[in-house]
Every structure is written in structure tokens, then in C-alpha cells.
Ligand binder design. Structure first.
Ligand code: FA5
Length: 338
């Protein structure tokens, strides 16, 4: 047995000396100490060694094992260091050289937002912005959603204190405007909003654009006219708009607004799930109860309001399947929209 161990030692040293790469060292390790390795196989013979020789043979095995493992570890260290040095050399950056000229560009969501706002500015709307940390009063109560109203479940809210939350929509700016400004009102409000949502089409932070018009004799026809101009400009000239009945506590009647699919022009495709139509926003006639709560005489004035998600519009416009792509800052994605 002692001769076998001596041979294992000599063969092992030769194999380790011959290893020329880190990969070779790994292969040698497996050949000697792997499950079917030479050393492992020889060790199995230890059980047949007479009892009185076992301490001597066991010690010889152990000495060789420690020695070969030491040689392997040293070789690994040398190769790993050489690899590290080669990488440092190949990835070396001379920070004293002038920088590459790479111009930044607007984020696709900013491009879409600017296009949307341009359209509404062209229709005579004023652009307003509001706070992202909002009071329960403006986010819900003035919009006809009292505490404990079931409509609060329509938006999974992120509260900061009992009375303050991250706004769940841009609609509180309707209330903020109507309580401080006399009609005629014609505003669009872009801004970030927050909900406890997270999947391929829902993000915890996303952007909405709110629209509000309050004046004398405002009807659903005015709303449809404005949204038709908006949809044709954003998608294409042939785009049609349709209303479906819906429910929001702050508008009455309320509608979901669909646009004809700009990919298949109504024939039915994957993007519109075969229906020919794509839902883009919620809207309606401002509920007289909201006008009154904000101090506007609902006998004299009426209004329309709408709200939509910028990400959703951008996803439809560019055929983007996953909302998370907007927030990962992958240059390969962003550069397509330069
Ligand atoms: C509202 O937020 C209403 N405030 C809209 C409104 C305004 C109705 C004025 C009437 C009058 P809704 O919860 O449906 O409605 O959201 C509007 C749009 O925001 C949706 O159509 C969708 O495009 C987008 N949206 C909602 N949740 C998310 C989310 N988690 N991530 C991305 N977009 C979202």
C-alpha cells in the first residue's frame, strides 16, 4: 500500500506540474480527488489494510493528500492571479483621455409626454402640476370618495400618515384647481402617481395626465371632440374613439374611452386582443357634487374630465410588451427612441 501511495504522490506531482491553465488544474483536481479519482479509489483500499498497519498507512495517505492539495491551491492562485492581471490589462481605461462624445437623449416617456402636452396646448389647455404627497382630502374626499367609500378599493393606496398619502392619481389637481380658480378652466396635469401595483402592465410609480374643462354648456360631445384630436395626433389620422359606460365617483356619467387599434385598424390583432379596440383612459362629466364641493355653481357650469397613464399610451404607440422596460435604463432599449 505504501508503494501505491508513493506512486499516487509522484503521478499527482507530475500532473499538477503539467497543468498549463486554470481549467487544467480543475481537471487534475477531479482526476485525483474526484468521486472516481485515483486518490479516492486508493483510499477505499484502506479498509483492507491489517489493523496494526492502519495508523502508518492512514498517515501516509493524509500526508500525500495535504501535499497535493497544497500544490493544487498554489497553482490555482498563480493562474487566478495571472487571469486577473490579464483582465485588468484588457479592461484598462486611460482616465486622462478625453471622454467619448455620446449625447444623451430624452427618455421615451418624456417624448410621449411632450407630444401629448403639445396637442393639448394646441387646443388651448394650460399645463399645471401638483404635489406628489397629497392629502386624503384632495386625493379622495373632495372627489366624492368619503372615508370608507368602496371606491377607495379601486386604487391600492400607499399612505404616509392617516391623512397623507402618495397620490394615487392626478385627479386631486381637479379639486385643487376648482377650489382656487374660477371657470372657465381648461387644464392638463402631467405627473407621477403611486399605487401598490407591480406586474408587466402595472408599475408602483407611473405617470398620468389629467384633463379638466369647466365652463358653461360643456357636454360629452366636447370631451369626445378633444379626445379625437388627441388620438388622431398621437396614433394616426384614421384613429376612431368610442365611449363605453363606466364608473368613477367624481364623474357622472363616466366612460371608458377606447381607440381603434392603430396596428390592425380595427380588424383584430394581438395588440388589441382581437377586438379592434384598445382602452386608453377613464373620463366623464364632472359630477355636480364635486363642482359644488369645490365652490362652483353646478346650475351655471358643467365640465368634463379625463385621466390616462402615459406608460400605457407609450406601450400602445411603440408596441412595448412590459412596462418595466421603461425603468431599467438599459441603453439598448432607450437608444431605439432617440
Ligand atoms: C383614474 O386614475 C382616474 N383618476 C381617471 C379619471 C380622471 C377618470 C378623470 C375620470 C375623470 P384609473 O385607475 O383607471 O383611473 O387609471 C387611469 C389609467 O392609469 C389607466 O387607464 C391605466 O392606463 C393607468 N394605470 C393605472 N394603474 C397603473 C399602474 N399601476 N401602472 C401603470 N399604469 C397604470
Amino acid at each position: 500500500m505504501i508503494e501505491t501511495i508513493e506512486k499516487l504522490k509522484a503521478d499527482g506531482i507530475a500532473l499538477i506540474n503539467d497543468a498549463a491553465t486554470l481549467n487544467d488544474v480543475n481537471n487534475v483536481k477531479v482526476k485525483i480527488f474526484g468521486k472516481n479519482g485515483d486518490f479516492t479509489a486508493a483510499m477505499r483500499g484502506l479498509k483492507d489494510v491489517p489493523k496494526e498497519q492502519k495508523p502508518e498507512v492512514g498517515k501516509a495517505f493524509n500526508d500525500v493528500k495535504v501535499m497535493l492539495e497544497g500544490l493544487i491551491a498554489e497553482k490555482e492562485r498563480v493562474f487566478a492571479e495571472a487571469e486577473k492581471q490579464a483582465r485588468i490589462k484588457s479592461e484598462y481605461i486611460d482616465v486622462t483621455l478625453p471622454g467619448k462624445k455620446e449625447l444623451g437623449a430624452l427618455h421615451p416617456l418624456t417624448l410621449v409626454k411632450n407630444e401629448i402636452l403639445d396637442t393639448f396646448i394646441g387646443l388651448g389647455f394650460e399645463v399645471k402640476e401638483g404635489p406628489e404627497i397629497e392629502s386624503d382630502y384632495y386625493n379622495f374626499q373632495l372627489l366624492n370618495i368619503p372615508k370608507d367609500h368602496p371606491a377607495r378599493d379601486m386604487q391600492d393606496s400607499l399612505y404616509i400618515t392617516d391623512n397623507f398619502l402618495l397620490r394615487t392619481h392626478t385627479s386631486p389637481m381637479q379639486a385643487r384647481t376648482m377650489t382656487t380658480q374660477k371657470p372657465p378652466i381648461r387644464i392638463v396635469v402631467p405627473g407621477k402617481v403611486y399605487r401598490n401595483d407591480d406586474d408587466a402592465t402595472h408599475s408602483p410609480m407611473f405617470q398620468q395626465v389629467e384633463g379638466l374643462v369647466v365652463d358653461k354648456h360643456i357636454t360629452l360631445c366636447d370631451l369626445k371632440g378633444a379626445l379625437e384630436v388627441f388620438a388622431k395626433r398621437l396614433f394616426d389620422e384614421k384613429t376612431k374613439v368610442r365611449f363605453r359606460p363606466s364608473y368613477f365617483p367624481f364623474t357622472e356619467p363616466s366612460v371608458e374611452v377606447d381607440v381603434s387599434c392603430s396596428i390592425c385598424h380595427g380588424k383584430g390583432c394581438r395588440v388589441c386582443k382581437g377586438t379592434g379596440w384598445i382602452e386608453i383612459l377613464g373620463a366623464g362629466i364632472v359630477n355636480p357634487a364635486v363642482l359644488e364641493a369645490c365652490g362652483i355653481n353646478s346650475k351655471e357650469y358643467s365640465g368634463y374630465a379625463f385621466g390616462f397613464g402615459i406608460e400605457r399610451i407609450a406601450m400602445i404607440k411603440y408596441g412595448i410588451p412590459d412596462i418595466r422596460l421603461f425603468f431599467e435604463n438599459d441603453k439598448r432599449f432607450l437608444e431605439q427612441y432617440k
